[in-house]
Design a protein around this ligand. Structure first.
Ligand code: NDP
Ligand code: 8X3
Length: 256
């Protein structure tokens, strides 16, 4: 394995897509800062990435909803990890599945604070360094829910439409600074996502994937790696990817 001397910071790398993205980048020699709230899980993942692939890893636990905590965490990044080449804004969640008139305020705040505000905090803190170095790449994880809304998707979809809008805006604002911006919009993927959405109800979570083969975290990680490994002059603006059985947020073909 060759060390590429590049550094990526991946938010939400204690599970799902973020963990898979950490593995694929480590396989290709990237040094990594991995974030999330679950400290022990992050430390375990960081240790196994180092052991398996020989890359340098730094576990950085913090709650991305908390601006102060995020600021302190980002400012605490050790010197040798400071020149971040790639930021993967992945941390996010759906919380609840209700009509707009029955929605739960705590669920709404969790999604808005994590999926929109958290992404903005981390980006705002890291972009000046990328601008100074005149290089960098931001990959934002949106969703098919960034493109098409679905029943009871309301606030989750709104938060992901925001990720799409922020990605488009970032691309314009960062154009003179040679910073790449890519948005990756996956469809249904089997991670902890649905267990989190249904507040721990595993049976209900599993039923989301009945009758079709969902994406796996590795499928999304491969798209992230592809975008991150294009030549200097190439930017992938966005990738929308779904399981074969899914056309968009509302059309999934299920076999009985
Ligand atoms: P998982 O639930 O498996 O992983 C979510 C990750 O986000 C975890 O590492 C979690 O870490 C982190 N996270 C959540 N809240 C916070 C917080 N407040 N502070 C810091 N980290 C946080 O879900 P996925 O891997 O599926 O989701 C990753 C992204 O992909 C999300 O943005 C999601 O919206 C999006 N997505 C998911 C799809 C799917 O079908 N699975 C499809 C399209 C997009 P911890 O709990 O340790 O804090
Ligand atoms: C996650 C997939 O279908 O719940 O973004 O929007 S979905």
């Amino acid at each position: 394995m060759k060390i590429v001397n590049k550094i990526a910071l991946i938010t939400g790398a204690s599970a799902g897509f973020g963990e898979a993205i950490a593995f694929i980048l480590a396989e290709h020699g990237w040094n990594l800062i991995i974030t999330g709230r679950r400290k022990e899980r992050l430390e375990k993942i960081a240790a196994s990435l180092h052991e398996e692939f020989g890359v340098d890893t730094h576990a950085l636990p913090f709650d991305i909803r908390d601006r102060k905590e995020t600021e302190i965490a980002i400012n605490s990044i050790p010197h040798k990890f400071k020149e971040i080449d790639l930021l993967v804004n992945n941390a996010g969640l759906a919380s609840g599945f209700d009509t707009i008139q029955e929605g739960n305020f705590d669920d709404w705040e969790a999604m808005i604070d994590t999926n929109i505000k958290g992404l903005l905090y981390v980006s705002r803190l890291l972009l000046p360094g990328m601008i100074e170095r005149k290089k960098g790449h931001v990959i934002n994880i949106g969703s098919t829910a960034s493109k098409v809304v679905y029943p009871k998707g309301n606030v989750y979809c709104a938060s992901k439409f925001a990720v799409d809008a922020i990605s488009q805006s970032m691309r314009i604002d960062l154009l003179p600074h040679k910073i790449k911006v890519t948005a990756i919009h996956p469809g249904a993927a089997e991670t902890e996502f649905s267990v989190v959405r249904f507040h721990g109800d595993e049976q209900r979570a599993n039923s989301v994937y009945n009758g079709f083969q969902p994406l796996q975290a590795r499928d999304v990680a491969e798209a992230v790696y592809f975008a991150a490994s294009r030549p200097e002059h190439v930017n992938l603006n966005e990738i929308v990817m779904t399981p074969l059985a899914q056309a968009n947020s509302t059309f999934i073909h299920r076999e009985q």
